[in-house]
Design a protein. Structure first.
Length: 295
């Protein structure tokens, strides 16, 4: 297994002064060999996806060398509950071993959540939304962004940028979870209205854009919005229902849509934007408005 620069146990000095409930120091041992069947997964687990190939590789390592780093557990109603090390626990099951070295700690829910999240956030393979949600949970448990940064080896500004991902449109967050977009894409999309985020994200996925391409598209879009505002066609703030409807239609058509009400309050316009003839044809096809005989 890859060696980490600092271990979860070393972070307690940072966390002890920041959590609502002080954390007691963790000793280095002794470790016990616990049956895998006596250990249950943690309800605080930040990681939602465990890569099968990575688990298989770790299982091969465990078969050859054993589990080199103990898991951290606490007593539970049905045996023991994992605090940190679920991937090792899962890989050990795949490897066919019966026991795993474990350090048993007497900690409450808050401390268990903190330790488990810090252990996960030290790693670089959480998807951007899992990472942001992990930081949010730690903040909800009383930690500051500075303390989290010290614990996971990142600056407070990096923590803040990560938390910003939670403000993205739902469809964009889903794409980040699935690996269709990366954190660079998310940062570029964040300043845009959510309907625009969804539309550009869909284009980026469909056209396999890199971060530079999507950044250029976002810049061009923002320029068009700013130009429209200067011409007196400033986009009005939509109420939540209209905003949600716009986002759904944008996701379906893969295009920016806009509701414009007349100043009189009666009537208005529903506008569909497109950037090229191909994009226009794609929208018309989704609306079943193309004449097959003329295509």
């Amino acid at each position: 297994m890859a060696k980490r620069s600092r271990d979860t146990l070393d972070y307690l000095a940072v966390l002890a002064g920041e959590t609502a409930t002080p954390l007691s120091p963790l000793s280095a041992g002794p470790f016990l060999d616990l049956p895998l069947t006596a250990i249950n997964p943690s309800p605080w687990q930040a990681r939602k996806h465990f890569d099968p190939d990575q688990l298989a590789e770790l299982a091969d390592t465990i078969r050859e060398h054993g589990v080199l780093q103990p898991v951290l557990v606490r007593s539970g109603p049905n045996g023991y509950e994992l605090i940190a090390g679920e991937r090792r626990w899962r890989a050990a099951q795949l490897a066919g071993v019966e026991t795993i070295p474990a350090l048993i700690r007497d900690v409450g829910d808050e401390q268990a959540a903190t330790l488990g999240l810090v252990e996960n956030l030290q790693r670089s393979d959480l998807n951007p939304i899992e990472e942001a949600e992990g930081y949010r949970t730690l903040i909800d448990h009383g930690l500051s962004q500075q303390a989290i940064g010290a614990a996971v080896g990142k600056s407070a500004s990096a923590i803040s940028r990560s938390l910003g991902m939670l403000d993205l449109a739902d469809s964009v967050k889903d794409a980040l979870r699935d690996g269709q977009l990366n954190s660079a894409h998310g940062r570029v999309l964040l300043p845009l209205p959510k309907a625009e985020q969804a539309r550009l994200a869909q284009q980026a996925i469909r056209r396999v854009w890199n971060s530079r391409q999507i950044e250029q598209a976002a810049r061009n879009l923002k320029q068009r919005i700013d130009d429209g505002a200067r011409r007196g066609r400033r986009l009005r703030r939509e109420d939540p229902d209209i905003a949600a409807l716009s986002e759904r239609i944008s996701n379906h058509l893969g295009a920016r849509v806009e509701f414009r009400n007349h100043s009189s309050g009666s009537g208005g316009q529903f506008v569909i934007h497109y950037a090229s003839a191909d994009e226009c044809n794609g929208i018309l096809a989704k609306l079943n408005l193309l004449d097959p005989a003329n295509d």
